[in-house]
Design a protein. Structure first.
Lengths: 123, 353
């Protein structure tokens, strides 16, 4: 009897945790997610003692993008892609729009953290 | 956002994140669900998200439509309407109704703006390297030769037979219109959802009313750096589209050359504006006008906005302009739904009718 109650309790805890995670994903600390060709290659907290941090991302076609993460913001500081659109975009500070390097198939996006309060953005 | 040409982006970069996100505990019993999708198409990243009945099916349908439009409007895909037109050697080409409409509207906007946007700008875009990223400054002789190839009045349209003809050597580039048009067609697919947001590489379109009744909040990127300058709250059913010279450009000998070309010179537009945002129900119109008004500059843009009623243009739009001094100009009709982002101190002026 006691065992059954314990199992029931554990099931309940797992269920509540899962529901909490599902419904409150936005409360996770803000993280920079770097993907190449759709695969996540790095995740870096957007806050903390390890910043500022500069890393090199190896994109498709042998391309390289240099990513700088500072407290609360991230940018691609230089890249050897032809169009330089990713560099020109400058810093992003929230999840509204990612930085994209199309030639290298690199995406830098901020996930989690406080909502920017924006539904979308143009520019 | 910036005009990006349509390019046949390989589908291998397709990132389908089409996950139905049930609303956790609060969603119990409700059939409506939220869904989102993120894809690469038309040389940019696109995000669709929506809430309502069958949201996942609607988003899937929208994604298929985007790929279909990309196939038709690409300048590099040899099977596309645009490629066939550009390589038809002056012959008539039968095209899809989508292509027919976008070219018709492109010619219409070219006429309405006195040629400030021209769908035949492609040879000039290529000469400057904006189609490939191999940037270069063409010499004046080349520019003069290019100018003879940029002339929207030479486009022949046979509506009855859904056919188009352009002279040999001339080439179409619908990149300044395609994403706006795509947002219109996607908005039709998502129209029955409670609410949805379409973001096509920084071109935005909002649909419906949010569940909490709060206004939509669309950030306008700061053209002089990271972050946002202002927030506009359009009604559902509106596109918000921005053009500027600040993302796609190159520097040579200390001179900046951006990708928005003046069809009169085949060279980067000498504009006193650095960012043009057009808000309106017709995404194609907003997209085309954001480019055209950048070319026209501040004074002409204000005049054009004022004259939209009496000219029978059948255009209905509002503007947020940023000039090279950082002054923001907002048309009076949307001034109440416009706010600066906290900490931004740029001067704001109202454009009165």
């Amino acid at each position: 009897m006691k065992k059954n109650i314990l199992i029931g309790f554990l099931v309940l805890v797992v269920a509540i945790s899962t529901a909490t995670i599902l419904s409150k994903g936005g409360d996770e600390p803000a993280t920079v997610r770097i993907t190449v060709g759709g695969t996540t290659v790095n995740e870096i907290p957007l806050s903390g003692n390890s910043l500022p941090k500069t890393i090199t991302v190896n994109g498709k076609d042998g391309g390289e993008n240099t990513v700088v993460v500072e407290e609360g913001r991230v940018c691609i500081s230089c890249a050897d892609c032809p169009d330089q659109i990713c560099v020109n975009q400058g810093w992003i500070t929230d999840s509204t729009l990612p930085i994209v390097c199309l030639p290298h198939q690199v995406i830098i996006e901020i996930v989690g953290g406080e909502s920017s309060g924006l539904d979308t953005a143009t520019g | 956002m910036l005009r990006r040409r349509i390019l046949a982006v390989p589908r291998l970069v397709v990132l389908m994140l089409a996950l139905p996100l049930f609303l956790g505990l609060t969603g119990c019993g409700a059939k409506a669900e939220s869904a989102s999708a993120q894809i690469f198409a038309m040389d940019t990243i696109m995000t669709l998200s929506g809430y309502g009945q069958n949201s996942q099916e609607k988003l899937d349908e929208a994604v298929q439509l985007i790929y279909q439009l990309e196939d038709i409007l690409s300048v590099t895909d040899e099977n596309s309407d645009v490629w066939r037109l550009n390589h038809a050697d002056g012959q008539w080409v039968t095209v899809s109704p989508y292509t027919l409409y976008i070219v018709q509207q492109g010619v219409y906007l070219a006429e309405a703006t006195g040629g400030a946007i021209d769908p035949t700008i492609y040879p000039a875009m290529t000469a400057w390297g904006f189609t490939t990223g191999d940037y270069q400054v063409p010499d004046q002789t080349s520019l003069d030769e290019l100018l003879s190839l940029v002339d929207y009045t030479k486009i022949q349209i046979d509506e009855e037979n859904s056919a188009i003809q352009i002279p040999a050597d001339m080439m179409l580039d619908l990149g300044a219109l395609a994403k706006g048009y795509t947002s219109d067609l996607v908005a039709e697919v998502l129209a029955d959802l409670d609410y949805a947001v379409i973001s096509l590489g920084g071109n935005a379109y909002v649909i419906g009313e949010k569940a909490d009744g709060d206004p939509w909040r669309v950030g306008i990127q700061d053209p002089s750096g990271g972050g946002y300058l202002a927030i506009i709250s359009p009604e559902g059913g509106n596109a918000v589209i921005t053009s500027g010279g600040y993302q796609r450009f190159f520097e040579e000998d200390g001179q900046v050359y951006w990708h928005i070309l003046d069809p009169e010179t085949a060279a980067p537009a000498e504009s006193d504006l650095i960012s043009v945002t057009v808000i309106g129900e017709d995404g194609l119109v907003c997209d085309g006008l954001s480019t055209a008004l950048f070319v026209m500059g501040l004074d002409q843009s204000c005049e054009f906005w004022r004259s939209q009623q009496d000219q029978n243009l059948n255009l209905n739009f509002d503007l947020i302009l940023v000039d090279s001094q950082g002054v923001i100009y907002v048309t009076e009709t949307i001034y109440d739904s416009f706010v600066l982002v906290d900490g931004v101190e740029n001067p704001v002026e109202v454009i009165a009718p």
